[in-house]
Design a protein around this ligand. Structure first.
Ligand SMILES: Nc1ncnc2c1ncn2[C@@H]1O[C@H](COP(=O)(O)OP(=O)(O)O)[C@@H](O)[C@H]1O
Ligand SMILES: [Mg+2]
Length: 195
């Protein structure tokens, strides 16, 4: 059902998911206008696709500028094309949305954590190793766990190197990438400014 070679994503569709679903507009514009479908990017899409087709957890680890957010955004738009709800948050963005939801009075709308647990595809960006983020990462682990139980795919994007991942996420979570998902390590230099 997923065509990682899908070239029919329009700017209109891309922008429509930006506001409602959190995907970064900067990346959506590139998807429409000047997405580079080189071998590295196509194989990244194919690897992620394999992982999410089995409803698994996909962790993509790579240096800044290696195309992680671009790939995550591509899948978000792709899901939306088939009218499936895909959501994008950075870890810190999700935590602060949840916090402000908690503090709201009256009609609070949907709880961010509940959306993150139930949407068809969750893309979580900027998982970090810095001290003080461990609490957030534990909250995130709970969301990932729930999605795993419910067989909903999750894409986690991080600049934390593979050997250090268990310092950032509980080991059993990282290990779940082996159960149908994928743990993808990107090599290579920053793509920023190359296009
Ligand atoms: N396939 C691609 N086609 C065109 N530009 C790309 C592609 N992948 C990445 N880029 C560009 O390279 C830069 C870095 O990509 P990004 O996804 O933000 O990297 P990361 O999230 O790994 O830091 C961005 O400016 C983005 O626009
Ligand atoms: Mg990024």
């Amino acid at each position: 059902m997923i065509h990682a070679d899908d070239k029919t994503i329009t700017l209109e569709l891309a922008l429509s998911v930006a506001h409602t679903r959190g995907f970064p507009i900067r990346h959506l514009r590139v998807i429409e206008h000047e997405l580079r479908r080189d071998e590295a990017f196509n194989s990244l899409l194919a690897d992620i696709k394999r992982g999410i087709e089995t409803s698994g957890l996909v962790i993509v680890s790579g240096n800044a500028g290696t195309g992680k957010t671009m790939a995550g955004t591509w899948f978000g738009v792709w899901y939306s094309k088939y009218r499936m709800r895909a959501m994008y948050w950075t870890v810190s963005g999700l935590m602060s949305d949840q916090k402000s939801w908690f503090g709201k009075q009256g009609d609070k709308g949907e709880e961010p954590f509940a959306i993150a647990k139930s949407c068809a595809l969750l893309v979580i960006d900027q998982l970090k190793a810095e001290a003080g983020t461990m609490y957030d990462n534990n909250e995130l682990a709970e969301i990932i766990d729930q999605r795993y139980q419910d067989m909903r795919p999750t894409i986690v994007l991080t600049n934390v190197a593979k050997p250090k991942l268990p310092e950032v996420l509980p080991y059993h979570i990282v290990d779940r990438t082996r159960d149908g998902g994928a743990l993808i390590e990107l090599q290579g230099k920053s793509l920023r400014g190359v296009a």
